[in-house]
Structure formats: structure tokens, C-alpha cells
Ligand binder design. Structure first.
Ligand code: SF4
Length: 215
């Protein structure tokens, strides 16, 4: 575990939750909010220590979010999710769907998933520096088929994702069955985010029924 946020009201809809930040991610998005977590350097905080702390939060919090980094990288994720549920907490995952089979394995242990899409599938390398998006498409399909509550969202770096890209991405998402998409402005280097241009929102709204902007 790379870190712990003891309290959040915004990372798990409808829940007062703690956020456990997992180390490691094979991708390298330029706008990553937690670049210090990307190399998995070993356990800064072991899960049993976090679980013991969570036990003291019973009755005060009602959820635990596993974020990152990419939590699916952690082989111990399923066991940690089971522990969190055994303690009485609802469970959430923030993921970009890097490992679809591992996502499938933990979906029965999840109450909510925040799923980050990066770019039109087939064009992921421009954002992630690593992958064509095939894994993310498969992971999103598995999530949608599972019936687990979720949010599909996209952080928009305007220099890398234009309205045409957004239209392609939204069309692909609609084909998969996504009916709600949250667009987030990009806050690289901690700078205040500019409002998202209206053409980008319109390009998404041409395909996805509900498009929300989050600043
Ligand atoms: S997938 Fe997420 S954790 Fe990995 S580099 Fe991109 S923004 Fe950071």
C-alpha cells in the first residue's frame, strides 16, 4: 500500500469512505495525479496494518476505496477486498482496466467501480504510453456485464484529446452499452483546471445519453 486517506465523501458515491492507495501501474499517463505511486517500490504500508486501522473505523465509515496507481496490479487485492467486506465495509475500486481477467476475479467482491477510460480504444498509447486499449475495452465489457454499480469517466487532456477523438470514444462507449459518461478536466502539475470546451461535451453527448462535467 502506498498511502491511505482516512476520510472521503467524494470517491465512493453515497458512502463515507477511506481510500487505500495501491502502488504500481504499468501505464504512464502524463496527467497522473499520483506519479509517486507508479513504480511499485515495495510495501510502504502492509495490508494487515491498514486492516487493523480499518477495524477502528467500524461504525464511523461505511466504505473502503482501493485506488492507485492501478490496484489490479496487486495480487493481494481480492483478499484485501474480502477482508474489508468481512469488517462490514462496502468496497469500491478505481481502475483503468489494465488487467481484465483480474478485474473479472474481483467483481463479485465490489459494490462500486470508478472506471477511467483514456482515449478511443485502439488509440490508448497516445495517453498511456503503453497500450492500445484492448485490455481496457475488455475490462469495461466485463464490468458492464457484471451489473456492479459503476461510473465511467474520462480525464481530458485537451492537447491530446480533441472533439473528434471524443466523438470516436463516445461512439465506442455507446456501442458497449455505456449510457452515462463523466468528463473531468485535466489538472496536470496541480494547476487549476480550465472549464472543458463545449465542443468536447457536445461530441460526447451526440453518442452517450448522459454526459456530466466534473471540474
Ligand atoms: S492508468 Fe491511472 S495510475 Fe496509471 S499512469 Fe494512468 S492515471 Fe496514473
Amino acid at each position: 500500500m502506498g498511502g491511505l486517506a482516512p476520510f472521503t465523501t467524494i470517491d465512493f458515491p453515497g458512502r463515507l469512505a477511506a481510500v487505500v492507495f495501491c502502488q504500481g501501474c504499468p501505464w504512464r499517463c502524463g496527467y497522473c495525479h499520483n506519479p509517486h505511486l507508479l513504480p511499485a517500490r515495495g510495501e510502504a504500508r502492509a495490508w494487515p496494518e491498514v486492516a487493523a486501522w480499518l477495524e477502528t473505523r467500524r461504525g464511523l465509515l461505511d466504505g473502503v476505496v482501493f485506488s492507485g496507481g492501478e490496484p489490479l496490479l496487486q495480487r493481494g487485492l481480492a483478499a484485501a477486498l474480502a477482508d474489508a467486506r468481512a469488517l462490514g465495509f462496502a468496497t469500491a475500486l478505481h481502475t483503468a482496466g489494465v488487467y481484465p481477467r483480474r478485474l473479472a476475479a474481483v467483481l463479485p467482491l465490489l459494490d462500486w467501480v470508478g472506471f477511467d477510460v483514456k482515449a478511443p480504444f485502439g488509440d490508448y498509447a497516445r495517453i498511456t504510453g503503453a497500450d492500445d486499449g484492448g485490455a481496457a475495452r475488455e475490462a469495461l465489457s466485463l464490468l458492464l456485464a457484471s451489473g456492479v454499480a459503476h461510473e465511467v469517466r474520462c480525464t481530458v487532456p485537451e492537447d491530446l484529446l480533441g472533439a473528434d477523438d471524443m466523438a470516436r470514444l463516445a461512439g465506442q462507449l455507446a456501442d458497449l452499452g455505456v449510457s452515462r459518461l463523466v468528463l473531468q478536466t485535466c489538472r496536470a502539475d496541480g494547476r487549476a483546471a480550465a472549464p472543458l470546451p463545449e465542443p468536447l461535451r457536445r461530441a460526447a453527448a451526440d453518442f452517450v445519453a448522459c454526459v456530466e462535467l466534473r471540474h
